[in-house]
Design a binder for this molecule. Structure first.
Ligand SMILES: NC(=O)c1ccc[n+]([C@@H]2O[C@H](COP(=O)([O-])OP(=O)(O)OC[C@H]3O[C@@H](n4cnc5c(N)ncnc54)[C@H](OP(=O)(O)O)[C@@H]3O)[C@@H](O)[C@H]2O)c1
Length: 290
């Protein structure tokens, strides 16, 4: 537990950051605070209107902010590749975007939507941006997970969830994958001697579009964290010198223990190999040592 606030973010002048899903919810204040502290920020959003509106909002709040829009649809690997190819430098990647609790749908590439967007899209994005991250000493990858991961199970024979689909269980699986990815990236980077910090967060229950509870939303929002409070775990993970990699940062910025399943090296390794196969992204820069 710490009294750390966004005011404690160090000067980020000269740093380049990407925040996925930065047009709303937790992602918007994450991008805004990074920009307020001097970082150049790409608001990576699938919807150009929403993405540009977020850029304008940040510029209004932080005159002179170095912020721009980048179009990224994590549910489309061609879009992920186009976006990654448009970036020329990077110190910080915040894998924040997410879908949850939806009826069964598929990404452009035919993956179950929650796994495909929350995990495979971010897996591919991180791998494609890895060469840029490795040029930046102390680069960080922050991946937003959730307490929901504790209920997550991965059946490699039913990755498409073509049978037994549940909105919650599919979400839990995708958030488990986020944690397994974070920890495996850290292990692989370390083994390769790469100067890269990989850290996961849990923002806590936050009043965003994600928590879609219809007419009850204004009432329930009173009991939830604000998006600004929800963003603190990402901002802390992204900028605090106390973070060295492999942590799971909770809503009160406490270091939490992921579930036993999330800490399984064997499961993480298998998920990595399967994700590389499905996306065609192989993290070549650190692959040789692994
Ligand atoms: N809110 C909570 O209580 C809570 C708790 C634990 C963890 N989380 C995690 O926090 C993260 C942020 O969620 P949030 O609560 O801020 O929800 P949100 O307001 O719904 O924001 C989610 C963001 O992800 C974007 N997104 C969805 N699918 C995308 C795709 N295919 N490509 C690119 N962007 C996409 C959304 O874009 P659109 O605006 O176009 O839909 C939106 O910008 C998620 O990873 C979520 O799992 C949230």
């Amino acid at each position: 537990m710490t009294s750390w606030t966004a005011a404690d973010i160090p000067d980020l002048t000269g740093k380049s950051a990407i925040v996925t899903g930065a047009n709303s919810g937790i992602g918007l204040p994450t991008a805004l605070e990074l920009a307020r502290h001097g970082a150049g920020v790409i608001v990576a959003s699938r919807n150009p209107d929403k993405g540009r509106a977020a850029v304008e909002e940040i510029r209004r709040e932080v005159p002179g902010a170095q912020v721009e829009f980048g179009q990224l649809d994590l549910a489309d690997l061609a879009s992920v590749r186009r976006f990654a190819a448009s970036v020329d430098r990077l110190d910080l990647l915040v894998n924040n975007a997410g879908v949850g609790l939806i009826s069964r749908q598929e990404t452009k590439d035919g993956f179950e939507m929650q796994f495909g967007t929350n995990h495979l899209g971010h897996f591919a994005l991180t791998g494609l941006l890895l060469p840029l991250l490795l040029k930046s000493p102390g680069a960080r990858v922050v991946t937003v997970s959730s307490d929901a991961h504790k209920a997550g199970r991965i059946d490699f024979d039913n990755l498409g969830l073509t049978h037994g689909y549940g909105r919650m269980s599919a979400y839990a699986r995708s958030k488990l994958a986020n944690l397994l990815f974070t920890l495996e990236l850290r292990r692989r980077a370390e083994k390769a001697g790469a100067d890269l910090i990989s850290v996961a967060t849990n923002p806590g229950t936050t009043a965003t579009n994600f928590v879609n509870v219809g007419p009850l939303k204004p009432l329930l929002s009173l009991f939830m964290r604000s998006p600004e409070a929800g963003a603190l775990s990402s901002l802390y993970a992204a900028t605090s010198p106390a973070i060295h990699g492999g942590e799971w940062v909770g809503p009160k910025l406490q270091l939490m223990a992921p579930s036993k399943t999330a800490r399984s090296d064997a499961l993480a390794e298998r998920l990595w190999e399967v994700s590389a196969e499905l996306t065609g992204v192989r993290f070549e820069a650190i692959a040789e040592a692994n």
